[in-house]
Design a protein around this ligand. Sequence first.
Ligand code: TPP
Ligand code: MG
Length: 285
Amino acid sequence: MAEYEPLFSAGHTACAGCPMPVIFRHILDITGPDVVVVNATSCSEIISSAYPRTAWRVPYVHSLFENTPAVASGVANALRAQGNDHTKVIIFAGDGSTYDIGFGALSGMLERNEDVLYVCYDNEAYMNTGVQRSGATPFGARTTTSPVGRVHHGKEIFKKPIVDIVAAHKIPYAASASIGYHADLAAKVRKALPMKGSRFIDVLSPCVPGWGIDSAITIELAKMAVDCGIWKLVEYENGNFKLNLKPGQRRPVKDYLSKQARFKHLTEQDVAKIQAQVDEEWKKY
Ligand SMILES: Cc1ncc(C[n+]2csc(CCOP(=O)(O)OP(=O)(O)O)c2C)c(N)n1
Ligand SMILES: [Mg+2]
């Protein structure tokens, strides 16, 4: 039997337990080698492509935080100009560039409906630079720029609904996924890959140092986020919304929050507020 050779190889320097390399590996298992990866500045670039080494066994461009979708648009159009209609262009980016700093370029890419699959690994903060809050950081989380003290209790605003915002651009496909539900993620990649135009998947990716968690439970936590309803598995296919998983009995959000040091300071009232917000959201479904 041929040996398994992942297209994102061993030897990268991600933290033990980080699910981001697992996300890349699984997605590239599905795409195969006929891809160009465009990677935004983030942990993922630092851990995978420190010159002269690389973990990428596919063509790879590292670009800036703020312009990755513009670079990927150029790659997609250059391939088309060459008459190449088979090579897929994939962006791997963190939540900082997706939700915030590269959002203008992302919105432009979506408006033009460029032929690119955009994958955000969402670890809910700017982790590479030492855990600053992003538009993806959830309510209540402690980061270095949403600190905890006498006045403040971590981040005081809720996470941006990025999948809804992206879907509002009327692209063919936008979805959320979690590395805790691998089969759902794989099905979404399989569905999005052959489509033409812009496709977007936001994948929850727990961060060991940033969330203050045990490195052994990252995948379990990514599953728990879905099971307690704080993270939903959804998709918009040509504008049609679908909820992919409805937990029979949602777990209390407390189970999820209590495993993470970033939420350690939360009072019972804070937890009740988060639970109430999650319950309110689920009334829609
Ligand atoms: C315009 C710009 N601002 C700030 C930085 C510094 N910077 C590099 S990586 C990073 C954090 C990236 O956060 P995210 O996209 O969430 O990826 P993560 O590090 O969490 O994997 C920041 C702020 C930069 N490179 N460019
Ligand atoms: Mg991040």
